[in-house]
Ligand binder design. Structure first.
Ligand SMILES: Cc1ncc(COP(=O)(O)O)c(C=O)c1O
Length: 380
């Protein structure tokens, strides 16, 4: 069987089955060279000249990501933010872009400040409402629709297939931040998206020990080449060791994410209707507003991110977070260890995040330990 035709968990576990031809090693060597020797006739027949452009350390992780996301090509970046901003910097000043009101706060901040100053016409919409997206589109002017699903920190669900149709009808592309869904639960390109973005810092690596980003493209077209040129020209590249670590992390993507997702479902169900919780926000709960769309486009689980709103407001939420012992009080998400964060403290003014909200990144520990620890923290 060709490795590319294998099931995704097999592709990830075997990193496409590559074996180093010189050493027969199943794990690739660490390529650290910054430069490559020219041929005597001044050419570069190896295809590589300088590591800011072509680092062999990128080849295997990029190939694995393209296979898992059903894309034509993938690119690694220095961070998730570097990957996301490259999609916007590959546009031209004056272009109109549409992004969600609920999204990763730091990228929203960048769009409202740097991107606007640079000349992009940025419009924020309620991405859960296809009519709102339709109304925002400007034929021939809108170049990019940015979606994030499930979206930080309320876990809003965007209907990817419908957003792709709306974007394409107006001549725009759809890019999806699929960091939280991961390729395990959602394949945006198969649903019509043009670009998939990941903060590889999170689930793809999975061990809270590197910062990285990735883009995967439906087509290796002129826009993709512009993104490639942005990466080269601003130097937003991942280091060799981080690329190697990311490939190692991705080998366990499927069992990690499935376990974390099952834990999250248990935790959400346990705390829904709990005496000290005002609301549990999780796409896997049947009364969650985006549940029906999530059930259609997410396969095998609803992700491992959820939020709880603590009765008693901001101080009660911060107080509960102060008492956890198993959960770690930290930002970020997608590691094997569970994290809790009072999100409004991070996002500051202009955030849609309510002050009583704790964001939970559920890891792969025993679910009873996680539930028991939250119970004691809420009671304390
Ligand atoms: C959904 C989402 N997208 C993008 C990012 C940015 O990624 P990075 O921190 O790797 O730059 C994050 C980081 O928290 C995130 O949660």
């Amino acid at each position: 069987m060709d490795e590319k035709d294998a099931n995704p968990a097999t592709i990830a576990a075997q990193a496409l089955g590559w074996i180093d031809e010189t050493t027969r090693a199943v794990s690739p060597g660490l390529h650290v060279s910054s430069t490559y020797v020219r041929d005597v006739d001044n050419g570069y027949r190896s295809g590589r000249a300088y590591a800011r452009a072509d680092n062999p350390a990128f080849d295997q992780p990029e190939a694995v990501l393209a296979a898992l996301e059903h894309g034509a090509a993938a690119m690694l970046f220095a961070s998730g933010v570097a990957a996301a901003t490259a999609c916007f910097l590959a546009l031209k000043p004056g272009d109109h872009v549409v992004a969600p009101k609920v999204m990763y706060w730091s990228l929203r901040h960048w769009l409202m400040t740097f991107a606007r100053d640079w000349g992009l016409d940025v419009e924020l919409v309620d991405m859960t409402d296809p009519d709102a997206l339709k109304r925002a589109m400007r034929l021939g002017k809108t170049r990019l629709v940015w979606a994030e699903t499930p979206a930080n920190p309320l876990w809003d669900i965007t209907d990817i297939a419908s957003a792709a149709t709306i974007a394409h009808e107006a001549g725009a592309r759809l890019a999806v931040d699929s960091t939280v869904a991961t390729p395990v639960f959602t394949q945006p390109i198969a649903l019509g998206a043009d670009i998939v973005m990941h903060s590889a810092t999170k689930y793809l690596n999975g061990h809270s020990d590197l910062v990285a980003g990735a883009l995967i493209a439906r087509a290796d077209d002129e826009y993709w080449q512009r993104i490639k040129s942005v990466r080269l020209q601003i130097g937003a590249i991942l280091g060799s060791f981080e690329s190697w670590l990311l490939l190692r992390g991705m080998r366990t993507l499927y069992p990690r994410v499935k376990t974390a997702g099952a834990n999250a479902q248990k935790i959400a169900e346990h705390f829904a209707g709990h005496a000290r919780i005002a609301q549990v926000l999780y796409p896997g709960l049947p009364d969650f507003p985006g549940h029906a769309v999530a059930a259609r486009q997410m396969k095998g689980g609803y992700g491992a991110m959820l939020s709880i709103r603590v009765k008693g407001g901001e101080q009660a939420a911060i107080g509960a977070a102060a008492k956890v012992q198993v959960w770690k009080r930290a930002t970020s998400l997608g590691g094997v260890e569970s994290l809790v964060e009072h999100r409004a403290s991070v996002e500051g003014a202009n955030s849609p995040c309510p002050p009583d909200l704790l964001r939970l990144s559920v890891g792969i520990e025993d679910a009873t330990d996680l539930i028991g620890d939250l119970e004691q923290a809420l009671k304390a």
